[in-house]
Write a protein that binds this ligand. Structure first.
Ligand SMILES: [Zn+2]
Length: 316
């Protein structure tokens, strides 16, 4: 039996629970929908979460497609708790944050009577987190930066590394715990969370959406929660593990043109892009500092000095 926000969900039962957060200035109530799919037999409880950042819509779409395809309606065992859209306010404002500028992922563990971001974090911490064994949190790049599908795990955390490896994204790497984030809060109570990043905010990316869905199915099949036949038409990735990740930033302001595609290998000294002025003068070549891979590409052609252009990593 699961109990989430005073609602009981028996084995073999599926329910949608709506956690009230507040209302819009118009009086429209805002609730966070939580989909619970409880299998008949005991097993692990997995959180699948999208839209912690409201404009990172690939994760919301990944959840939506899994709901439409009814992947979890007859779980063999265990339980799936899906929060397709945690930050409802950000979603309707096309924004990463809340209308007051606060970031839910910097507001954990949250407070019942705090700002909207803090209230969302509070319910996530108190109503969702105690019910799960591990989780997958879906994100995208922000500000027109496109993340090539990648799964991030917590360094030296065996369970989190295992989870990322089963997820089998094109890239994987360790990423530090950010203070007051969902993953850091879960880590304190020994619940491993992996973060999938794919595509960019306010833009659907079919490749990233498919990689996200495939990763979830691999994880659930590995726990015998769904039949492993779901994987028969999903090719395995040769996951590349990255180290020494680095942002390459614009040395000058101007018009940026990348010369490499996202996800591709690069060699030390290779010209991977140019910055010119708006009229084609002062061509500034950007060179790869080491052999590695492009894991994030800035799609905004106009850049100021210091702007992030590429995120690159070395192969382990
Ligand atoms: Zn995010």
């Amino acid at each position: 039996m699961k109990t989430i926000y005073n609602t009981k969900i028996k084995p073999g039962e599926n329910k949608v629970i709506k956690i009230p957060i507040g209302s819009l200035p118009t009086g429209t109530p805002i609730k966070i929908p939580v989909y619970v799919f409880n299998g008949k037999e005991d097993g692990p409880t997995v959180l699948i979460q999208g839209g912690l950042h409201g404009d990172e819509i690939n994760g919301v779409e990944i959840c939506k497609r899994m709901l439409v395809n009814e992947y979890f309606t007859n779980l063999r065992k265990g339980c799936v708790i899906m929060v397709p859209l945690l930050n409802v306010y950000g979603f309707i404002h096309f924004s990463r944050e809340l209308p007051d500028g606060k970031d839910v992922n910097r507001s954990y563990p949250g407070s019942k009577s705090g700002s909207l971001a803090s209230r969302i974090a509070y319910h996530s911490t108190h109503d969702i987190l105690p019910n799960i064994d591990f989780g997958i949190d879906f994100h995208t790049g922000g500000a027109m930066r496109n993340n090539y599908p990648q799964i991030r795990y917590t360094e030296n955390n065996k369970k989190s590394i295992e989870l990322a490896t089963i997820f089998n994204a094109p890239f994987q790497f360790a990423s530090g715990l950010i203070k007051k984030s969902f993953r850091a809060t879960a880590n304190k109570v020994n619940i491993p969370i992996v973060v999938f990043e794919g595509g960019e905010s306010m833009r659907f990316d079919e490749f990233a959406i498919h990689e996200g869905i495939n990763g979830v199915l691999r994880v659930l099949a590995s726990q015998q929660m769904v039949n492993k036949d779901v994987l028969k038409n999903i090719p395995a990735n040769k996951t590349i593990t990255l180290t020494d990740r680095k942002w390459i930033r614009a040395r000058k302001s101007g018009v940026f043109t990348p010369y490499v595609e996202n996800g591709k290998p690069i060699e030390k000294g290779q010209v991977i892009g140019f910055i010119t002025d708006a009229y084609g003068n002062r061509n500034l070549a950007i060179k790869a500092p080491f052999d590695g891979y492009i894991t994030c590409l800035n799609n905004h052609p106009l850049v100021s000095q210091g702007d992030a252009l590429f995120h690159i990593g070395k192969k382990k």
